[in-house]
Ligand binder design. Structure first.
Ligand SMILES: *Cc1c(COP(=O)(O)O)cnc(C)c1O
Length: 398
């Protein structure tokens, strides 16, 4: 197992002297990406022009790549398609799930969910009017809040701030028992830990590719629809590429077959090409190996920080089974501490109000990186190295 990660680390173009612990927010650049994108630009777009849609297989890319993502999240072949951004896919999945539960009007989510997911749900509820409502509870209260009036449970498996992980199989069983459907956001799961959508009986799932899957800034999102729903859902975002026959240019919308109907508009070919280069690495990876190494890295980081930085408080669950692939520590001066750490070449990020966030990504993160990060952090804490005006000025992106 360790040999495969020695190999994969060499496939990433990481800047010299940097310890990168933020692949949970933006994955780094695979060495093959620039060449793949350049060839898509010059050989495909440049030489084939519009015939690229047929001759370079651009039109099928969202499905073809969807299947490669599907393998990483336990989806059946033909159930995943790429496109748009994650926020859009959340809206789309939620709208379709609600329509499959006529007569029910409540969406349940939790306060640990990523705000954009909650904003999208809120906007959808406002558009629908007519008694539709979004109900949020604390993450630990989700299971108890699944009541028979529920239409859809919408949760993110791994909490972006704390790394706390919901029990997917259990929540699905409980929600289905109450007659509700479930929409999973896999933003911090896809490429982070094994996911078994088919085995767990999932209804809908969505996720992004620029985090653990290294597609680059603004890379396209994905959506999964279970085969039992795929030909029944009515897409709320009924764009022409989800139509049964886009090039018939019918005036009436007829949804395409299965997952095809979740496509909306023209796919981002250059970003899909970048994603393809990254998936050439992922195709060789067993998610159980990733998980074992991720737990090892996270545990070593927690032990190292707790042994040397007594004023930092663990903000993630201590039990690895209850965590994703990230570790959070809390401190009132968290922002300045993170800036000081970045100045020393250790890149994590900060989430308001007080969370220092570190992502562990076995494809390119080693135990030596963990040791280096602990050493830098303990050095800063021991000397109050964060207590300087330049580390306290807030940037736009934290
Ligand atoms: C990263 C993230 C998003 C971001 O959505 P975009 O539309 O891609 O900007 C949404 N939801 C969750 C849970 C996330 O972690």
């Amino acid at each position: 197992m360790s040999e495969i990660f020695d190999e994969t680390r060499a496939l990433f173009d990481l800047p010299e002297g940097i310890i990168y612990l933020d692949g949970n927010s933006l994955g780094p650049l695979p060495r093959a990406t620039a060449g793949r994108v350049a060839s898509c630009v010059t050989e495909e777009w440049g030489k084939l022009l519009i015939t690229g849609w047929n001759r370079a297989g651009w039109m099928e890319m969202p499905r073809r790549i969807g299947d490669r993502i599907g393998r990483l999240i336990g989806a059946e072949p033909g159930t995943v398609v790429m496109g748009d951004t994650l926020s859009i896919k959340v809206y789309q999945a939620l709208a379709s799930a609600l329509e499959l539960r006529p007569g029910r009007r409540v969406i349940l989510s939790d306060t640990g969910n990523f705000p954009s997911d909650l904003y999208m749900a809120d906007g959808l509820v406002r558009t629908l009017g007519d008694g539709y409502a979004l109900r949020t509870v604390a993450p630990e209260d989700v299971e108890a809040a699944i009541t028979p009036d529920l239409a859809v449970l919408m949760v993110t498996e791994v909490d972006y701030r704390t790394g706390r992980r919901h029990d997917m199989a259990r929540l699905i069983e409980k929600a289905h028992g109450a007659g509700a459907l479930v929409v999973w956001d896999l933003a911090h799961s896809a490429g982070a830990l094994p996911v078994d959508l088919a085995g767990a009986g999932a209804d809908f799932a969505v996720g992004c590719t620029y985090k653990y899957l290294n597609s680059g800034p603004g890379g396209p999102a994905f959506i999964y629809v279970a085969p039992r729903h795929a030909d029944k859902v009515r897409p709320a975002l009924s764009g022409w590429l989800g139509h049964q026959a886009p090039f018939a240019f019918d005036l009436d919308y007829r949804p395409g077959d299965g997952i095809e109907r979740m496509r909306v508009g023209t796919p981002p070919i250059l970003q899909l090409a970048a994603l393809e280069a990254s998936l050439d690495i992922w195709d060789r990876i067993d998610m159980h190996d990733v998980r074992a190494r991720s737990v090892e890295l996270c545990e070593a980081f927690i032990a190292g920080v707790e042994a040397t930085c007594p004023t930092l408080t663990l903000g993630s669950p201590r039990n690895p089974d209850e965590r994703g692939s990230q570790v959070s520590f809390r401190h009132p001066e968290g922002y300045a501490i993170m800036q000081a750490l970045i100045a020393r070449g250790v890149i994590g990020d900060f989430r308001a109000p007080d969370t220092l966030r570190f992502g562990f990504t076995p494809l390119y993160t080693t135990l030596a990186d963990v040791e280096g990060a602990v050493m830098a952090l303990s050095g800063i804490m021991a000397t109050d190295g964060w207590d300087r005006p330049e580390f306290k000025a807030r940037a736009k992106v934290t």
